[in-house]
Design a protein around this ligand. Sequence first.
Ligand code: 9MR
Length: 746
Amino acid sequence: MNRRSTALLSLTALLAAGLTAVPAGPAGAEEVETIRNGTFDSGADSWWTSGVTAATTGGTLCADVPGSTTNTWDAAVGQNDLTLVKGESYRIAFRADGTPAGHSVRAVVGLQVAPYDAYHEVVPRLSVSGDSYAYTFVSPVDTDRGQVAFQLGGAADPWRFCLDDVSLLGGVPPEAYEPDTGPRVRVNQVAYLPRGPKNATLVTEATERLPWQLKDAAGTVVAHGRTLPRGVDPSSGQNVHSLDFGEHRRTGRGFTLVADGATSRPFDIGTEAYDRLRLDAAKFYYTQRSGTPIREDLRPGHGRAAGHLDVAPNRGDGAVPCQPGVCDYTLDVTGGWYDAGDHGKYVVNGGISVWQLLATHERALHARTGDPDALGDGTLALPESDNGVPDILDEARWELEFLLKMQVPAGEPLAGMAHHKIHDEQWTGLPLMPADDPQKRELHPPTTAATLNLAATAAQAARLYEEYDPRFAATALTAARTAWAAALAHPDVLASESDGIGGGAYADRNVTDEFYWAAAELYLTTGEKEFQDHVLASPLHTADVFGPVAFDWAATAAAARLDLATVPSRLPGRDRVRQSVRAGADRYLATLKAHPYGMPYAPEGQRYDWGSTHQILNNAVVLATAHDLTGSAKYRDGAVQSMDYVLGRNALNVSYVTGYGEVHAHNQHSRWYAHQLDPNLPHPPAGSLSGGPNSSIQDPLAQAKLKGCTGQFCYIDDIQSWSTNELTINWNSALTWMASFVADQH
Ligand code: 9MR
């Protein structure tokens, strides 16, 4: 639902008919009907209409929907003033038809007043003969301003919609959700490297070793062996065995593994998929760009109008004011990448994302297996391709230019610091193309964390762009120095945890790690004593920074440590720095070996983090870096094996990368890759990483379907599940780095 929509709707015939109790459901709780006159036996009483000509005949409401409307909310039927109880399970049901065939209705249960939140929405395609629809969800709020709306606009030609038997039943038993996990042999559904590790997991009640067979595409057994019983895996609650077919090295497509009467999904043995994945993961960023049209010729199926230029209905990012009381200037903050499925742009998260793309390039310069041409000029089909600059640097620069624009101008209070973020005043609904966002945009207060993200990445940029554009490198270094000085002058200006309306908070209470990171990048670029002193004096320099999750947008110390270990410098004690990476990698390797699903991630209590897939990949980055530092095969194998989980060797038997693997995430939460809500919109492009299992299941859909889930099961491939199934710039940067590493291990 576009939350703006209901603000425009007029209300008619609001009769407070009271709530009707209906017989108890199977769970014994009392089920309560919330809709008044859902059968239209009393004509259109209690219902409003907007932008349609509607009438009831014979207990059915039919609406003539005009053609040539723009938005779904331009034509609608609905009912307001419904009471919803937080945590209660509801079933929304209705019968509907549409003539001629092919039209869809957007059925929304949400808030009838600003900010027009949608608690449940579906967009079924209607038939001419009519169908019944029913969906269960959990209300995330208490409100007596609930609304059910059927949005009908947006079609070129007139059509007719008929509706009957509308019900919103409270107190229904929550829907039992059983994910379809397919065959019990779990494999990397994409590809194993010919000379790499090859492991799989079998879900079985058996406690004794079982025979397995590897079959080629023709069904011929090409290898066989016996499984290793592993007991109950705490991350899934399943009894599992693991199996190792690493001795088989012959390449091919369409292999399967057979064990315990189950046949795995097919997979390849080869390297081609990783060459492709390296490019696709990095290509993700062009389609996240703000402030420029996405060219259809460069991204077939994903072209779109420029977002947030100063063209209506966008309010534009060309002259964005601060939130009231924060500043009295405006900034041109056009450009940059949209953070995720929302239209927000955040310096903090932009920082780690840029860092990791630049680190992918920098690794290629220094690592024994690195290949700077792999993401070089002309590889990513960008508007800047063939300009003599590696495409990965062109892409990262799109965000860097934006980060620089977020710096408070000289002469203003807090000059040199960076605004934490810029986004809509209110949350918007889905789908919503960037160019169609009507919300006011605002700058949020500068913070120390954002300022240090700018200092770190601009300093890193200064050394990497020097060869291609010395002027830009110099500009970046000046901005980094200015930001560093501003952060030292204002070392504890923190983002507010509650600043999460219209965009994510990205609040970080501890910036010691950001200081360490910025100092490290400034030191690696300049070699200057001031920065060296800060690095050596940081309590984090000698601390164990390789915890259950190595690094992310909020925890950047390990990012600093990896660069201090790999980027050439004269840092005193550099050997110990390198040794610390190895020690961290040893622990991730131990975690991986103990894990029956073979991954370097075992959060305390199996509480999976928001974006767990990228945490797994970032831990694998530490393993990969240990290989780059030492040449030791065990670290390379650990890093390569970590990809198996992300690509399908997991409890849900799903690849978390769109377009990769037989069953893969493709309904990620996004306002413009919203195919699940509007068949005219695309799925995310191939190579988009889903955040994956998140034990905290913050969104209502996940709460309705996944309550009580164990670790790996806290995931659903549904566009409404923003806490388990979003896509983001910082998650795809982990995928880009790791896909690049694996592709280099040919
Ligand atoms: O990935 C972020 C997660 O670590 C935080 O806990 C959460 C709350 O601040 O926000 C997540 O990031 C979201 C951001 O706030 C807004 N854009 C979408 C991001 C991914 O869901």
